[in-house]
Design a binder for this molecule. Structure first.
Ligand code: PHE
Length: 342
Protein backbone atom coordinates (compact mmCIF):
# COMPACT_ATOMS: atom_id res chain seq x y z
CA UNK A 1 0.00 0.00 0.00
CA UNK A 2 1.20 3.55 -0.76
CA UNK A 3 1.00 6.58 1.46
CA UNK A 4 -1.29 8.18 -1.15
CA UNK A 5 -3.85 5.40 -0.72
CA UNK A 6 -3.63 5.78 3.07
CA UNK A 7 -4.18 9.54 2.79
CA UNK A 8 -7.26 8.94 0.64
CA UNK A 9 -8.64 6.63 3.34
CA UNK A 10 -7.78 9.18 6.02
CA UNK A 11 -9.85 11.77 4.09
CA UNK A 12 -12.79 9.41 3.83
CA UNK A 13 -12.75 8.69 7.57
CA UNK A 14 -12.36 12.36 8.41
CA UNK A 15 -15.32 13.34 6.24
CA UNK A 16 -17.46 10.55 7.70
CA UNK A 17 -16.45 11.53 11.24
CA UNK A 18 -17.29 15.20 10.73
CA UNK A 19 -20.69 14.53 9.26
CA UNK A 20 -21.57 11.98 11.96
CA UNK A 21 -20.46 14.43 14.63
CA UNK A 22 -22.69 17.08 13.18
CA UNK A 23 -25.66 14.78 13.15
CA UNK A 24 -25.04 13.10 16.48
CA UNK A 25 -27.57 13.98 19.14
CA UNK A 26 -27.41 13.59 22.87
CA UNK A 27 -25.13 11.71 25.17
CA UNK A 28 -25.90 8.29 23.68
CA UNK A 29 -25.33 9.38 20.10
CA UNK A 30 -21.97 10.83 21.03
CA UNK A 31 -20.93 7.64 22.80
CA UNK A 32 -21.82 5.53 19.75
CA UNK A 33 -19.79 7.87 17.60
CA UNK A 34 -16.82 7.55 19.96
CA UNK A 35 -16.91 3.78 19.71
CA UNK A 36 -17.27 3.86 15.94
CA UNK A 37 -14.36 6.20 15.27
CA UNK A 38 -12.15 6.43 18.33
CA UNK A 39 -12.79 3.12 20.08
CA UNK A 40 -10.38 0.24 20.38
CA UNK A 41 -11.92 -1.42 17.33
CA UNK A 42 -12.88 1.86 15.65
CA UNK A 43 -12.04 3.43 12.31
CA UNK A 44 -8.97 5.21 13.64
CA UNK A 45 -7.43 2.01 14.99
CA UNK A 46 -8.08 0.34 11.64
CA UNK A 47 -6.19 3.10 9.86
CA UNK A 48 -3.23 2.80 12.25
CA UNK A 49 -3.10 -0.90 11.46
CA UNK A 50 -2.53 -0.04 7.79
CA UNK A 51 0.69 1.76 8.75
CA UNK A 52 2.47 -1.60 8.84
CA UNK A 53 1.79 -2.24 5.18
CA UNK A 54 3.47 0.96 3.98
CA UNK A 55 6.96 0.84 2.48
CA UNK A 56 9.54 1.74 5.13
CA UNK A 57 10.38 5.16 3.65
CA UNK A 58 6.69 6.23 3.67
CA UNK A 59 5.92 5.17 7.26
CA UNK A 60 6.97 8.51 8.75
CA UNK A 61 4.68 10.52 6.42
CA UNK A 62 1.84 8.08 6.96
CA UNK A 63 2.32 8.26 10.76
CA UNK A 64 2.22 12.05 10.71
CA UNK A 65 -1.00 12.10 8.69
CA UNK A 66 -2.62 9.59 11.04
CA UNK A 67 -1.59 11.50 14.15
CA UNK A 68 -2.98 14.68 12.67
CA UNK A 69 -6.29 12.93 12.10
CA UNK A 70 -6.26 11.49 15.61
CA UNK A 71 -5.67 14.90 17.19
CA UNK A 72 -8.34 16.54 15.10
CA UNK A 73 -10.93 13.88 15.90
CA UNK A 74 -10.14 13.91 19.61
CA UNK A 75 -10.34 17.69 19.73
CA UNK A 76 -13.64 17.92 17.87
CA UNK A 77 -15.11 15.10 19.92
CA UNK A 78 -14.08 16.79 23.16
CA UNK A 79 -15.54 20.13 22.08
CA UNK A 80 -18.82 18.45 21.33
CA UNK A 81 -18.77 16.68 24.70
CA UNK A 82 -18.18 19.98 26.46
CA UNK A 83 -21.11 21.66 24.69
CA UNK A 84 -23.37 18.81 25.61
CA UNK A 85 -22.11 18.72 29.18
CA UNK A 86 -22.83 22.40 29.68
CA UNK A 87 -26.38 22.23 28.47
CA UNK A 88 -26.91 19.00 30.38
CA UNK A 89 -25.65 20.58 33.60
CA UNK A 90 -28.00 23.47 33.18
CA UNK A 91 -30.92 21.14 32.68
CA UNK A 92 -30.35 18.47 35.24
CA UNK A 93 -27.84 19.62 37.81
CA UNK A 94 -29.54 20.34 41.09
CA UNK A 95 -27.75 21.32 44.23
CA UNK A 96 -29.86 19.93 47.07
CA UNK A 97 -27.87 21.86 49.63
CA UNK A 98 -29.09 25.24 48.32
CA UNK A 99 -31.66 27.05 50.46
CA UNK A 100 -35.17 26.69 49.02
CA UNK A 101 -36.91 29.37 46.99
CA UNK A 102 -39.39 31.12 49.19
CA UNK A 103 -42.51 31.88 47.16
CA UNK A 104 -43.04 35.58 46.58
CA UNK A 105 -45.80 36.94 48.74
CA UNK A 106 -47.36 40.11 47.40
CA UNK A 107 -48.57 42.90 49.60
CA UNK A 108 -50.84 45.86 49.45
CA UNK A 109 -49.38 49.03 47.99
CA UNK A 110 -49.07 51.79 50.60
CA UNK A 111 -51.34 54.09 48.58
CA UNK A 112 -54.03 51.38 48.56
CA UNK A 113 -53.64 50.87 52.29
CA UNK A 114 -54.11 54.58 52.96
CA UNK A 115 -57.08 54.70 50.59
CA UNK A 116 -58.69 51.83 52.47
CA UNK A 117 -58.18 53.60 55.77
CA UNK A 118 -59.62 56.84 54.42
CA UNK A 119 -62.64 54.99 53.04
CA UNK A 120 -63.25 53.12 56.26
CA UNK A 121 -63.03 56.32 58.26
CA UNK A 122 -65.55 58.18 56.11
CA UNK A 123 -67.94 55.28 55.68
CA UNK A 124 -68.08 55.04 59.47
CA UNK A 125 -69.27 58.67 59.45
CA UNK A 126 -72.09 57.84 57.04
CA UNK A 127 -70.42 58.62 53.71
CA UNK A 128 -70.79 56.21 50.82
CA UNK A 129 -68.08 55.60 48.22
CA UNK A 130 -68.68 56.63 44.62
CA UNK A 131 -66.51 56.57 41.54
CA UNK A 132 -66.32 58.58 38.35
CA UNK A 133 -64.44 58.28 35.06
CA UNK A 134 -60.75 59.16 34.84
CA UNK A 135 -61.26 60.44 31.30
CA UNK A 136 -63.63 63.39 31.41
CA UNK A 137 -65.23 65.90 29.13
CA UNK A 138 -64.23 69.46 29.79
CA UNK A 139 -67.81 70.08 30.91
CA UNK A 140 -67.48 67.84 33.98
CA UNK A 141 -63.86 68.67 34.72
CA UNK A 142 -64.34 72.44 34.34
CA UNK A 143 -67.60 74.08 33.18
CA UNK A 144 -70.01 72.37 35.54
CA UNK A 145 -67.63 73.27 38.36
CA UNK A 146 -67.87 76.93 37.47
CA UNK A 147 -64.37 76.97 35.99
CA UNK A 148 -64.89 79.16 32.96
CA UNK A 149 -62.92 78.97 29.74
CA UNK A 150 -60.25 81.54 30.60
CA UNK A 151 -59.59 80.24 34.12
CA UNK A 152 -55.94 79.47 34.91
CA UNK A 153 -56.92 75.94 36.01
CA UNK A 154 -57.52 75.19 32.34
CA UNK A 155 -54.05 76.25 31.39
CA UNK A 156 -52.31 73.82 29.06
CA UNK A 157 -49.62 73.77 31.72
CA UNK A 158 -51.47 71.40 33.99
CA UNK A 159 -54.17 69.75 31.91
CA UNK A 160 -53.69 66.64 29.81
CA UNK A 161 -56.04 66.94 26.86
CA UNK A 162 -56.31 63.77 24.85
CA UNK A 163 -58.07 65.01 21.74
CA UNK A 164 -57.16 67.69 19.24
CA UNK A 165 -60.12 69.93 19.96
CA UNK A 166 -59.24 70.00 23.69
CA UNK A 167 -62.61 68.74 24.85
CA UNK A 168 -61.59 65.43 26.41
CA UNK A 169 -59.27 65.56 29.43
CA UNK A 170 -57.70 63.23 31.90
CA UNK A 171 -59.41 64.57 35.00
CA UNK A 172 -57.22 67.02 36.87
CA UNK A 173 -59.10 66.41 40.13
CA UNK A 174 -61.85 64.22 41.55
CA UNK A 175 -64.29 67.16 41.79
CA UNK A 176 -66.11 66.18 38.54
CA UNK A 177 -67.48 63.20 40.48
CA UNK A 178 -69.43 65.72 42.57
CA UNK A 179 -71.30 66.69 39.41
CA UNK A 180 -71.91 63.09 38.28
CA UNK A 181 -73.29 62.17 41.69
CA UNK A 182 -75.55 65.21 42.03
CA UNK A 183 -76.86 64.68 38.50
CA UNK A 184 -77.76 61.12 39.42
CA UNK A 185 -79.65 61.72 42.66
CA UNK A 186 -81.56 64.22 44.70
CA UNK A 187 -80.24 65.49 48.08
CA UNK A 188 -79.30 64.48 50.69
CA UNK A 189 -75.83 63.54 49.40
CA UNK A 190 -72.99 62.32 51.54
CA UNK A 191 -70.26 60.69 49.45
CA UNK A 192 -66.55 60.35 49.05
CA UNK A 193 -64.99 59.66 45.64
CA UNK A 194 -61.47 58.27 45.62
CA UNK A 195 -59.47 57.96 42.43
CA UNK A 196 -56.61 58.78 40.15
CA UNK A 197 -56.00 62.25 38.76
CA UNK A 198 -53.63 63.56 36.12
CA UNK A 199 -51.75 66.80 35.68
CA UNK A 200 -49.00 68.00 33.42
CA UNK A 201 -46.55 68.33 36.27
CA UNK A 202 -42.86 67.68 36.07
CA UNK A 203 -42.14 64.99 38.64
CA UNK A 204 -40.21 66.08 41.71
CA UNK A 205 -40.24 65.15 45.39
CA UNK A 206 -43.81 66.42 45.85
CA UNK A 207 -45.30 66.29 42.33
CA UNK A 208 -46.30 63.40 40.14
CA UNK A 209 -48.27 63.59 36.88
CA UNK A 210 -50.49 60.80 38.22
CA UNK A 211 -51.72 61.03 41.77
CA UNK A 212 -54.73 60.20 43.91
CA UNK A 213 -57.40 62.30 45.52
CA UNK A 214 -60.43 61.61 47.62
CA UNK A 215 -63.28 63.98 47.00
CA UNK A 216 -65.87 64.57 49.70
CA UNK A 217 -69.34 66.02 49.19
CA UNK A 218 -72.19 66.56 51.59
CA UNK A 219 -75.41 68.30 50.53
CA UNK A 220 -78.54 68.70 52.58
CA UNK A 221 -80.69 71.35 54.14
CA UNK A 222 -78.79 73.36 56.71
CA UNK A 223 -75.29 72.02 56.10
CA UNK A 224 -72.66 74.51 57.32
CA UNK A 225 -68.94 75.19 57.31
CA UNK A 226 -68.89 73.98 60.93
CA UNK A 227 -69.96 70.53 59.70
CA UNK A 228 -67.05 70.55 57.24
CA UNK A 229 -64.59 71.43 59.98
CA UNK A 230 -65.98 68.77 62.28
CA UNK A 231 -65.70 66.06 59.62
CA UNK A 232 -62.13 67.01 58.69
CA UNK A 233 -61.15 67.26 62.35
CA UNK A 234 -62.61 63.82 63.07
CA UNK A 235 -60.85 62.32 60.09
CA UNK A 236 -57.47 63.87 61.06
CA UNK A 237 -57.65 62.55 64.61
CA UNK A 238 -58.72 59.07 63.51
CA UNK A 239 -55.98 58.85 60.96
CA UNK A 240 -53.13 60.36 62.94
CA UNK A 241 -54.13 60.32 66.58
CA UNK A 242 -55.64 62.82 68.96
CA UNK A 243 -52.64 65.19 68.84
CA UNK A 244 -53.34 66.04 65.23
CA UNK A 245 -54.39 69.64 64.71
CA UNK A 246 -56.04 71.08 61.62
CA UNK A 247 -56.24 74.60 60.28
CA UNK A 248 -58.17 76.27 57.48
CA UNK A 249 -56.72 79.13 55.42
CA UNK A 250 -58.87 81.31 53.14
CA UNK A 251 -58.44 80.35 49.51
CA UNK A 252 -60.25 80.33 46.20
CA UNK A 253 -61.88 77.61 44.15
CA UNK A 254 -64.50 78.47 41.52
CA UNK A 255 -66.75 75.62 42.71
CA UNK A 256 -66.80 76.51 46.40
CA UNK A 257 -67.67 79.76 48.15
CA UNK A 258 -66.25 80.47 50.66
CA UNK A 259 -63.19 78.36 49.92
CA UNK A 260 -60.32 77.26 52.08
CA UNK A 261 -57.18 75.26 51.98
CA UNK A 262 -56.69 73.03 54.97
CA UNK A 263 -53.52 71.81 56.61
CA UNK A 264 -52.64 69.12 59.12
CA UNK A 265 -50.01 69.77 61.75
CA UNK A 266 -46.73 68.21 60.65
CA UNK A 267 -46.37 64.64 61.89
CA UNK A 268 -42.64 64.55 61.37
CA UNK A 269 -41.71 67.39 63.68
CA UNK A 270 -44.91 67.62 65.73
CA UNK A 271 -45.36 71.18 64.52
CA UNK A 272 -41.87 72.42 65.37
CA UNK A 273 -40.88 72.94 61.72
CA UNK A 274 -38.85 70.61 59.49
CA UNK A 275 -37.98 69.86 55.88
CA UNK A 276 -41.31 68.17 55.14
CA UNK A 277 -43.37 71.14 56.29
CA UNK A 278 -40.80 73.67 55.01
CA UNK A 279 -40.32 74.88 58.56
CA UNK A 280 -43.97 75.93 58.98
CA UNK A 281 -45.17 73.08 61.20
CA UNK A 282 -48.14 72.51 58.82
CA UNK A 283 -48.65 70.30 55.80
CA UNK A 284 -51.18 71.27 53.14
CA UNK A 285 -53.68 68.49 52.44
CA UNK A 286 -56.05 70.03 49.89
CA UNK A 287 -58.90 72.45 49.34
CA UNK A 288 -62.40 72.61 50.71
CA UNK A 289 -65.38 74.94 50.98
CA UNK A 290 -69.11 75.40 50.71
CA UNK A 291 -70.51 74.25 47.37
CA UNK A 292 -70.93 77.26 45.09
CA UNK A 293 -74.61 77.88 44.17
CA UNK A 294 -73.43 78.00 40.52
CA UNK A 295 -72.57 74.28 40.78
CA UNK A 296 -76.00 73.51 42.27
CA UNK A 297 -77.54 75.31 39.31
CA UNK A 298 -75.62 73.24 36.78
CA UNK A 299 -76.89 70.00 38.34
CA UNK A 300 -80.44 71.28 38.93
CA UNK A 301 -80.36 71.52 42.75
CA UNK A 302 -82.20 74.40 44.36
CA UNK A 303 -79.51 76.66 45.92
CA UNK A 304 -82.16 78.39 48.05
CA UNK A 305 -83.06 75.12 49.71
CA UNK A 306 -79.78 73.23 49.95
CA UNK A 307 -76.30 73.96 51.13
CA UNK A 308 -73.31 71.67 51.07
CA UNK A 309 -69.63 71.37 51.64
CA UNK A 310 -66.98 69.74 49.52
CA UNK A 311 -63.40 68.87 50.18
CA UNK A 312 -60.48 67.33 48.37
CA UNK A 313 -57.72 65.24 49.83
CA UNK A 314 -54.29 64.42 48.45
CA UNK A 315 -53.83 60.72 49.17
CA UNK A 316 -50.08 60.72 48.51
CA UNK A 317 -49.63 63.61 50.91
CA UNK A 318 -51.36 61.68 53.63
CA UNK A 319 -49.36 58.55 52.82
CA UNK A 320 -46.14 60.56 52.96
CA UNK A 321 -47.09 61.84 56.40
CA UNK A 322 -48.18 58.47 57.74
CA UNK A 323 -45.15 56.56 56.48
CA UNK A 324 -42.63 59.41 56.67
CA UNK A 325 -41.80 59.15 52.98
CA UNK A 326 -39.97 62.19 51.66
CA UNK A 327 -40.32 61.66 47.91
CA UNK A 328 -43.65 61.02 46.17
CA UNK A 329 -41.90 59.32 43.23
CA UNK A 330 -41.01 56.35 45.42
CA UNK A 331 -44.67 55.30 45.36
CA UNK A 332 -44.61 54.75 41.59
CA UNK A 333 -41.20 53.28 40.91
CA UNK A 334 -42.24 49.74 41.86
CA UNK A 335 -38.92 49.19 43.56
CA UNK A 336 -39.35 46.17 45.81
CA UNK A 337 -36.77 47.50 48.26
CA UNK A 338 -39.19 50.35 48.92
CA UNK A 339 -42.50 48.51 48.64
CA UNK A 340 -41.62 45.61 50.92
CA UNK A 341 -41.20 47.97 53.85
CA UNK A 342 -44.96 48.39 54.14
N1 PHE B 1 -60.43 69.91 43.42
C1 PHE B 1 -59.56 70.79 44.16
C2 PHE B 1 -58.11 70.54 43.77
O1 PHE B 1 -57.82 69.54 43.16
C3 PHE B 1 -59.70 70.58 45.64
C4 PHE B 1 -61.04 70.90 46.18
C5 PHE B 1 -62.01 69.93 46.29
C6 PHE B 1 -61.35 72.19 46.60
C7 PHE B 1 -63.28 70.24 46.81
C8 PHE B 1 -62.58 72.50 47.12
C9 PHE B 1 -63.53 71.51 47.21
O2 PHE B 1 -57.24 71.32 44.05
Amino acid sequence: MSVETLKAQINTVETAFKSSLEKSAGQDGLEALRIQFLGRKGALTDLFKLLGSLPAEEKRLGGQALNQLKNLMNQQFQDRMNDLGESRNEQTFFDFSLPGDVGYVGRIHPISTILREIKSCFTSMGFSVRQGPEVETEYYNFDALNISKGHPARDMQDTLFIDESNEIVLRTHTSPVQVHVMESQAPPVRIIAPGRCYRRDTPDATHSPVFHQVEGLCVDEGVSFADLKGVIQTFAKRMFGSDMKIRFRPSFFPFTEPSAEYDFSCMMCKGKGCRVCSGTGWVEISGAGMVNPAVFKSVGYDPEKYTGYAFGMGVERIAMLVYEVHDIRLFYENDMRFLKQF
